[in-house]
Design a protein around this ligand. Structure first.
Ligand code: 13P
Length: 258
C-alpha cells in the first residue's frame, strides 16, 4: 500500500517539522506501507534536513507542483531539479485545483510528468471527473482525455515509478467520498488503459490511488477494493492522529492479504 498526503496550502515550516517528527514517532513500528507527504515548497529543505538529523524518518517527501524545465527565466516556478535537490521523491501533477484555478491543461501535465521522470522524482498524476461530467455519464471519456496526452511521455520502464491518483473532483474536500463500487470501476478502467498501452506486466506495476474525502472513519469500505493500491488524503492528513490511523488501517489490510 502506498499512502499519500496532500497538505495543499497548509502548515508553516515549523508546523511541518513538528508534524513529521510526531508522525515518525507514531509509525516507527515496522509497518509494511510506503508513506509520502506533499508539503508546501517552503518546508521541503527543512524537512529533508530534520529527517537526516533524526537518522531518516520513514516518510517520503513530496511537492505539490513542478515546472517542466530544469532551469531558466521562469519567475516564480520551481524545477524538477530543485525538487530532487531538496529531497523530493514525489510530486503531484494535474491536481484538479490546479486544473481549475490555475488553468493547468493536460498538455502541461504531460510535460511535467516527463520532467519529473527525467529527474527521478515520481509523478503523482491526479485525474478525475467533475460532478457534471459524472452526471452526463462521461467519466471514462474524461479519464481518457486526461491520460492520453501523458502516455507518449512514458516509457514502459517508467511505469513502476508512476502513481495515478483517481480523484473525482466532486469528492475533493466535500465529505462526499466515492463509493467503493465507483472507485473500483474507475480504477479498473485506468488499469485497463495502462494494460492496453504498455502491456499487462508494465501496466500492473503502476500504482493507482484513490483520493477525495478519505478519512479514518470511511476507509474500511475502500480497503475492500482489490483494485486499490493506496489512498491520497487531503484534509484528514493535517492531523497526526487521523493520518496515522489511516496509515495503520492500510498496513493492516496489507497483512490480511486482501
Ligand atoms: P480531501 O481528502 O480533503 O478531499 O482532498 C483530497 C485531495 O485533494 C488529495 O489530493
Amino acid at each position: 500500500m502506498l499512502i499519500g498526503a496532500n497538505w495543499k496550502m497548509h502548515k508553516t515550516v515549523h508546523e511541518s517539522v513538528d508534524f513529521f517528527r510526531a508522525l515518525a514517532a507514531d509509525i516507527l513500528l515496522d509497518l509494511d506501507v510506503e508513506v509520502f507527504i506533499c508539503v508546501p515548497f517552503t518546508a521541503l529543505w527543512a524537512l529533508s534536513q530534520a529527517s537526516a538529523a533524526a537518522g531518516g524518518w520513514p516518510i517520503a517527501l513530496g511537492a505539490q507542483n513542478v515546472f517542466w524545465e530544469d532551469e531558466g527565466p521562469y519567475t516564480g516556478e520551481v524545477s524538477p531539479v530543485m525538487l530532487r535537490d531538496s529531497g523530493c521523491k514525489y510530486a503531484i501533477v494535474g491536481h484538479s485545483e490546479r486544473r481549475q484555478k490555475f488553468s493547468e491543461t493536460a498538455a502541461h501535465t504531460a510535460k511535467k510528468v516527463a520532467a519529473l521522470l527525467r529527474n527521478r522524482v515520481r509523478p503523482v498524476l491526479c485525474i478525475g471527473e467533475t460532478w457534471e461530467e459524472k452526471a452526463k455519464g462521461i467519466t471514462e471519456q474524461v479519464l481518457v482525455r486526461q491520460l492520453e496526452p501523458v502516455f507518449p511521455m512514458l516509457r514502459t520502464e517508467d511505469l513502476p515509478e508512476c502513481v495515478f491518483a483517481y480523484e473525482p473532483v466532486w469528492a475533493i474536500g466535500t465529505g462526499r467520498r466515492a463509493s467503493a463500487c465507483q472507485a473500483a470501476e474507475a480504477h479498473r478502467f485506468i488499469r485497463l488503459l495502462l494494460h492496453d498501452r504498455f502491456g499487462v506486466e508494465a501496466g500492473e506495476r503502476a500504482k493507482i490511488l484513490y483520493g477525495g474525502s478519505v478519512t479514518e472513519k470511511n476507509l474500511s469500505e475502500l480497503l475492500e477494493i482489490d483494485e486499490l493500491d493506496g489512498v491520497f488524503v487531503g484534509g484528514a492528513s493535517l492531523e497526526v492522529q487521523s493520518f496515522s490511523t489511516i496509515i495503520r488501517r492500510c498496513a493492516q489490510r496489507g497483512t490480511e492479504g486482501s
